[in-house]
Design a protein around this ligand. Structure first.
Ligand code: DC
Length: 335
């Protein structure tokens, strides 16, 4: 038997707020823990005593969690505790490694504090994540894990096998034979696919779109997320991606969401690719970036999304150094 914990908060004690917060919380727990709804035996809620307007258990039933037994309780008032907070425990029969989910500013008060420092850096393509992450990793002497490279490697394998990037069933079969290793040389990540260093090949423009497409399939994500968690559990690192703060490491100590306008992001990608010798068309790049944003944010599983407790940074009018300095200030404030 496994118990998965989570919590969320609401702004006002209204039926609608409770319904939407409960739905979001349960959907995230299901997605991050790769659960099937029918394997959830029981869901137990406890809410702070300032919540009266509706029962979270009823909201769960309305959100489609009909097969589980549902229970709502009220917590006694505890001085200094979060206000308007709904906590939940999901009971699942099989034994799994759990990912607790804390949304809308709710906190895991029972966290086993570790000395590890994990920084989650999410955002759309071209937002400057990788440059910022590399700099932070260097300055703090911690590891940089480029999770996008891992999805790119999966895409490259699919392209090499001449499989249609939309063919989920063939891709899932292929993923069973995936041999992907992340290695480091002088602090630089090397992506090794089937024994070959593909760190350069995965940067080719046609791989970007394919990576965005294959990364929507649960069989691909599950495998990558497991690897990312394994690496992050062993050492301090800064991870950049789309779902680090929301799904891979929902408990990360530090979370940032970097964004910038599509024009600025396309210009950055254009400069980066032309500097590497690729011949690219700016307008086409911009269109691809917009399309990739749409695809990455609208997929069902772990879409690109700002975690509620992530600090939002719009870098449209900022230099990389300014972004790094801002992140360091925020880290310092929290430490
Ligand atoms: O960051 P990038 O451009 O190298 O990522 C390539 C694609 O991989 C991106 O369009 C979506 C996917 N991706 C993802 O789904 N989750 C991540 N954590 C990182 C990347």
């Amino acid at each position: 038997m496994t118990v998965i914990r989570g919590a969320t908060t609401i702004k006002q004690d209204t039926k609608e707020e409770i319904q939407s917060a409960v739905k979001e919380l349960l959907d995230q727990i299901v997605s991050c823990n790769h659960l099937k709804r029918d394997e959830i035996l029981s869901i137990v809620f406890s809410s702070t005593s300032d919540i009266h307007s509706y029962y979270p258990a009823k909201a769960a039933r309305e959100a489609g969690f009909e097969g589980s037994s549902l229970f709502s309780a009220m917590e006694p008032e505890i001085e200094g505790s979060l206000k308007l907070c709904i906590r939940v425990m999901l009971f699942v029969e099989r034994n799994i490694k759990t990912v607790p989910v804390y949304l809308r500013g709710a906190k895991n008060l029972r966290k086993d504090i570790t000395q590890r420092m994990n920084i989650a850096l999410d955002g759309p393509s071209g937002s400057g994540k990788s440059t910022v992450a590399k700099q932070l990793a260097k300055d703090y002497d911690i590891l940089y894990l480029d999770t996008g490279a891992m999805y790119r490697a999966c895409a490259l394998k699919v392209l090499h096998a001449a499989i249609d990037v939309e063919d989920e069933s063939k891709i899932c079969d292929l993923m069973r034979t995936l041999d992907l290793n992340i290695e480091y040389e002088n602090g630089m990540q090397k992506t090794i696919l089937d024994g070959e260093d593909v760190s350069e090949k995965i940067r080719e423009p046609h791989v970007s779109m394919a990576a965005s497409t294959v990364s929507k399939f649960p069989c691909v994500r599950k495998k990558m997320v497991e690897k990312q968690r394994e690496i992050a559990s062993k050492m301090s690192c800064v991870l950049d991606g789309r779902d680090i703060g929301t799904c891979v490491l929902p408990d990360a100590q530090f979370k940032f969401y970097l964004t910038a306008s599509p024009e600025v992001r396309a210009k950055r990608r254009y400069d980066e690719l032309t500097a590497k010798g690729f011949s690219v068309n700016f307008e086409q790049l911009k269109e691809e970036i917009i399309l990739r944003d749409k695809q990455d944010s609208s997929r069902e599983m772990s879409p690109l999304k700002q975690a509620d407790d992530a600090v939002l940074i719009d870098s449209s009018d900022m230099t990389i150094d300014e972004v790094v300095a801002l992140i360091k200030r925020k880290l310092q404030e929290k430490i």
